[in-house]
Design a protein around this ligand. Structure first.
Ligand code: NAP
Ligand code: FE
Length: 364
């Protein structure tokens, strides 16, 4: 047996976990930059909780509340410029993956004043000020991963920043997700599911990462039923945010695989939400595996007896009309095929034709 395993983020999970454990924030300094999206944090209780916690602790904060979905390097630069003259000791990302990932990138930019959107991909290893993550969607697992996925308008795609930023603390409280609309619940849940799948069918998978993946599949056995029935009660919210956290731990060890890398242009060029962009490719991706043994193990844990059963569920949840041409598909496929990071995680040989086939069979 052989494995590598790293999980440096201290997690506080459950009802009221932020207010009850707020004292740990003191260990990170005196002043925070709170990073959120434009609206939802102020409506779901997370912003009130974090500002109350900081005020109770007599700590200072400033707020950047302009993070868009799929955060751009321009927005990240704007937020870090705002923070730089303000003696900020740490960054708190509150929201879905977009504000949490933006918070990680901002923490790098603040620590390294010479870094900007032009030179961030130059390959240097960069330190960061501490980050706290408070998820309000149940999907990305960013609270447990070192990744920050950003939009590069220069490269016309989304990409991993390529640095390692594990949050110091995460507070996971499913009550922040209680009023998440059905469509965002579906797309983010599907994202969590695809992390579990791509982390499980991965060259870097090992006995430790599998533990998280397999528990995640067990949880999805119920979560899929809730999603299909639109029965989004507290138990479901707890289960799916836990499954999402498990998927985060898992991909922190393994990375993601083909659907994630192939989904990025669907989000960039076609505006498809991240989870659906991966999810719509997942069945065709599963079909190209020659060795289906692990897929059957996964299906078994999901309580399913065939890939068709999973396909039926995903088709019910992912209803997309994408207007796309063969030429666009060929371009995305060629571009993706240069992404060695994702290709090397796939456990079997794939060629460009396979990639084109996954896109075509999923989208045309
Ligand atoms: P998101 O882009 O963060 O948010 C999507 C939408 O949901 C926004 O309109 C947001 O509104 C709203 N929202 C968030 N929480 C809400 C709540 N509790 N109630 C109502 N609305 C709420 O979505 P996401 O899917 O969580 O994150 C996607 C991003 O994460 C992508 O950029 C993806 O590439 C990245 N990602 C990162 C990792 C990683 O390991 N770092 C893994 C997978 C995906 P507001 O804008 O008003 O807040
Ligand atoms: Fe994802």
């Amino acid at each position: 047996m052989r494995f590598k395993y790293f999980l440096p983020t201290k997690v506080f999970f459950g009802d009221n976990s932020l207010i009850q454990n707020k004292a740990v924030l003191k260990t990170l300094g005196r002043k925070a930059l709170i990073v959120t999206g434009r609206r939802s944090a102020k409506m779901n209780g997370s912003f009130d909780d974090i500002t109350k916690a900081l005020s109770d602790l007599d700590m200072d904060y400033i707020v950047f509340d302009q993070v868009e979905e799929n955060p751009s390097l321009e927005t990240i630069e704007k937020a870090s410029d705002m923070a730089k003259g303000n003696n900020v000791d740490f960054v708190i990302g509150v929201g879905g993956g977009s504000p949490m990932d933006a918070a990680k990138a901002i923490a790098i930019f603040i620590k390294n004043p010479k870094v900007n959107s032009e030179n961030i991909f130059d390959g240097q290893v960069l330190d960061h000020i501490p980050v706290v993550a408070i998820p309000t969607t149940a999907g990305t697992g960013s609270e447990a991963t070192p990744y920050s996925i950003v939009t590069s308008n220069k490269e016309k795609n989304k990409k991993n920043l390529g640095q390692v930023v594990f949050p110091s603390f995460t507070f996971i409280d499913s009550k922040y997700t209680q009023n998440l609309p059905y469509d965002i619940t579906v797309s983010t849940s599907v994202d969590a599911f695809t992390h579990l799948v791509e982390g499980y069918l991965n060259n870097n998978a090992n006995i430790m990462s599998d533990i998280y993946g397999e528990k995640g599949f067990e949880l999805f056995r119920e979560c899929f039923k809730n999603l299909i029935d639109k029965d989004l009660d507290e138990k479901f919210r707890d289960n799916v945010i836990f499954a999402s956290y498990l998927g985060g731990i898992q991909i922190a060890q393994t990375g993601t695989s083909l659907p994630h890398g192939m989904g990025y242009p669907l989000t960039y060029f076609k505006g498809i939400p991240h989870g659906l962009a991966n999810g719509v490719l997942t069945i065709e991706y599963l079909k190209i595996f020659k060795d289906k043994e692990r897929i059957y193990r996964m299906l078994n844990l999901l309580g399913m007896s065939s890939l068709e059963e999973l396909e039926t569920i995903l088709r019910k949840l992912i209803k997309l009309r994408i207007s796309i041409t063969e030429e666009e598909i060929n371009n995305y496929a060629k571009d993706f095929y240069t992404n060695k990071e994702k290709l090397k995680n796939h456990t079997e040989d794939v060629n460009l034709e396979d990639i084109i086939k996954i896109y075509k069979n999923s989208l045309l």
